[in-house]
Design a protein around this ligand. Structure first.
Ligand code: FMN
Length: 271
C-alpha cells in the first residue's frame, strides 16, 4: 500500500447505517480484540466489544460524546483502563488506532467517542461490573452512503511548518531539511490523524539522531495523552514505509515555555 493511501482516506465517520455488521465479521473482530488485548502491551487496558449498540446508545444519549452528542452506531468497542497511569492512556489510544486500521480493512467506518465526566456507578451499570474505567468508545459500522456529488469535507489540518520544529520548540524547520532526512512525506500524511476536538496538539522536535514528541497546550488536560498515543501509532506505521522500524520510548519529559503555548515532551524516537 502507498503511504498516501494509509492515512489520507482516514476520517471520523458520524453517520452509520443502522444495519448490523455481519455475524462472521463480528466474530473475526472478537478474535482481533483478543489478539490486541493479549499483545505484550505497555499499558494496562482492555478493548471490549458491545454488539448491541442500541442499548449503549440509549443509555448514553445526552451523556456520551463531545458535550453529550452521542454518536449512533450499530456497535461499539470500549476502551477500559485498568489503571490510571499515563502510559496506559497513551498505549490504550495506540492500540485503538491499530484496531481502526483493522476495521477499515474490513470496510468498516469508525468514530472515537469521549465519555468524560461520567460517574463510576453509572458506567458500571451501562457496561457491566466486570469493567473498570471506560473513558472512550469506538463507534463502528458501515458508513451511510453520501448523497451524490456531496463530498464529505475533510477537517482542517495544520501545515507541516506548524507542528514540526528544528532542534527546539517554535524554531521553524526548512522543508529541504525534512526532504533530505526523507521525512517530508511522513509529516505530510500524519496530519490526517484524528485528535480530540481536532486540536492536533502534537509537535515534533527534530534533533540530530532522534525526534521528540511534544504536546502543545495552554492548559494541560490528560486527554492529550490519547492524542499522543494516536500519533505515535501513525508515526511508527508511516516510518515503516521509509524503512525505519523503531518504536517510540516514553520519557519523563520537560516542559518548555513558548511564546503562547507550553510544550510537554513525552516520547522519543531514534532515527
Ligand atoms: C481521543 C479522541 C476522542 C474523540 N472523541 C470524539 C467524540 O466524543 N465525538 C466526536 O464526534 N468525535 C470524537 N473524536 C474525533 C475527532 O473529533 C476527529 O478525529 C477530529 O475532529 C478530526 O477529524 P477526522 O478524524 O475526520 O480527521 C475523537 C478523537 C480522538 C482521537
Amino acid at each position: 500500500m502507498l503511504m498516501g493511501n494509509f492515512l489520507r482516506n482516514r476520517k471520523s465517520i458520524r453517520d452509520f447505517k443502522r444495519n448490523k455488521v455481519e455475524f462472521e465479521k463480528l466474530e473475526e473482530i472478537m478474535g482481533d480484540l483478543k489478539a490486541l488485548n493479549e499483545e505484550e502491551s505497555l499499558g494496562n487496558f482492555k478493548l471490549r466489544l458491545y454488539e448491541n449498540g442500541a442499548n449503549i446508545m440509549e443509555a448514553l444519549m445526552g451523556k456520551g460524546g463531545y458535550a453529550g452528542v452521542m454518536i449512533e452506531a450499530p456497535h461499539y468497542i470500549a476502551l477500559d483502563f485498568l489503571d490510571d497511569y499515563d502510559s496506559t492512556m497513551i498505549y490504550g489510544a495506540y492500540s485503538m488506532e491499530k484496531l481502526i486500521t483493522i476495521l477499515n480493512a474490513k470496510g468498516l467506518a469508525t468514530c472515537w467517542v469521549s465519555l468524560e465526566n461520567l460517574d463510576y456507578a453509572f458506567k458500571q451499570d451501562v457496561f457491566g461490573e466486570a469493567t473498570n474505567d471506560i473513558k472512550y468508545l469506538l463507534a463502528f459500522g458501515y458508513q451511510k452512503p453520501q448523497p451524490p456529488f456531496s463530498e464529505a469535507p475533510y477537517s482542517a489540518k495544520l501545515g507541516i511548518e506548524d507542528f514540526v520544529f528544528d532542534e527546539e520548540v517554535e524554531k521553524e524547520i526548512a522543508m529541504e531539511k525534512l526532504e533530505t532526512m526523507g521525512l517530508k512525506d511522513l509529516f505530510y500524511y500524519i496530519r490526517f490523524a484524528p485528535s480530540t476536538k481536532n486540536l492536533q496538539p502534537w509537535r515534533f522536535i527534530l534533533k540530530d539522531t532522534s525526534i521528540e514528541l511534544a504536546i502543545a497546550y495552554e492548559e494541560w488536560n490528560r486527554a492529550f495523552l490519547m492524542d499522543a498515543g494516536v500519533i505515535m501509532y501513525y508515526f511508527e506505521e508511516l516510518a515503516k514505509y521509509q524503512g525505519i522500524n523503531n518504536k517510540w520510548l516514553l520519557i519523563d519529559g520537560d516542559v518548555y515555555e513558548g511564546k503562547k503555548l507550553k510544550y510537554k515532551t513525552l516520547a522519543v524516537y531514534q532515527l
